[in-house]
Design a protein around this ligand. Sequence first.
Ligand SMILES: Cc1cc2nc3c(=O)[nH]c(=O)nc-3n(C[C@H](O)[C@H](O)[C@H](O)COP(=O)(O)OP(=O)(O)OC[C@H]3O[C@@H](n4cnc5c(N)ncnc54)[C@H](O)[C@@H]3O)c2cc1C
Length: 352
Amino acid sequence: MSSEMRDFMAASSGYDGGPQDRHSCIVLVDMTKNVLLGQFSDYRVPTGGMQVLSDRLRDEFIKLGGEVYTNTPVTGMANCSSGSAAEHHQALLTAAGKPFCSKSVILALHEGALEKLWWRTLSMETAWKAAIPGEASKLFLGFDKPWWREAPFGFYEGAEVSSLDIEHTYFIGTQADHVSANTSTGQSNRNSLVLASYAVAFPAYRWANMEATKANISAFQGRANAFVGSETPLVPNATGFTVSQHMVDLAMHQLHQLHNVNAGTIPPPYTAAAIHWPVSWHNWGIGANPSEVIRKVGQLDAYQNVFICGEAYSKSQGWAEGALRSAEYILEEYFNLKPLAGMPTKWLSRYR
Ligand SMILES: Cc1cc2nc3c(=O)[nH]c(=O)nc-3n(C[C@H](O)[C@H](O)[C@H](O)COP(=O)(O)OP(=O)(O)OC[C@H]3O[C@@H](n4cnc5c(N)ncnc54)[C@H](O)[C@@H]3O)c2cc1C
């Protein structure tokens, strides 16, 4: 990808273009149609949120007599050593130690996870080189009040995009907006949340390297707040990422820059939380032929009963839609399932 293309991406989406070895033509088409014109995007959210999809899948599978194992990573593949026609079956090895012998295996994993399995095939090697993983990071800051609704800012909520390392900023709102106005604490609690930085590619990498433990710099301490007390000013560290003082200082500095106000105009946050995805989504690399790669990993050359799907090897990389479409493609193409009820007939047309 040329530097002009990177500039175009940054200017049109606010996202860093990422590695130079991305496929420029695909980026151009995707950026223009998806982001600028919204042509491929038909935004849908399942009632109840995305989790509904996997919950439903689990429930239906169990209803049909299936067994579901969570928190049980696949650690490898082998030939089945027993059972009828054992040589045509695959054994899925798991961290639980119990191998699962199966006639067909569908792996909805990206290359980072697949690479850890011991087996390799020519088509897997091709796929690893074709889909380049990208990083993402988010840094949330909690304030005592929604300062952006006051002078000199004066806006209610919304999003901002800049070429600074914070990239995307979202002003999410206050507790009082959401808690019942009938409760006195609800009305007076103006604790407010800002997604100070939603960054991808190199900026995300830079934020990740500012983590307190990695950078050997002090962790952000937080401070007392009327509604959380002084003992628990920090959000519980659910993601294992320790926000550093440096990250908070840099984000605050850039928020001042973004609004062109003097240092100290924005009150300091009382809490902070961050998360980093080393593999957030994928992009096709230079010379990649998506249709060919999707076909090759769809049904592996050396293992005809192993199928791979997921966002990484889809024609809507970066979107849940890509993961769903590629799974649907495998099921229709190799398992002769009927198209998903209610989906547009052309849903899979770009795959064939
Ligand atoms: C910050 C962020 C924001 C995003 N925003 C959007 C958005 O607004 N809209 C949108 O459509 N998409 C969004 N996406 C992209 C979307 O989340 C992905 O495209 C989608 O989740 C990919 O689905 P997948 O099934 O291919 O992979 P994943 O969701 O990564 O699923 C793979 C699963 O495999 C599991 N796994 C890994 N290794 C093993 C192993 N060895 N054994 C067993 N299991 C294993 C993982 O734990 C994971 O649950 C976002 C992604 C990120 C990171």
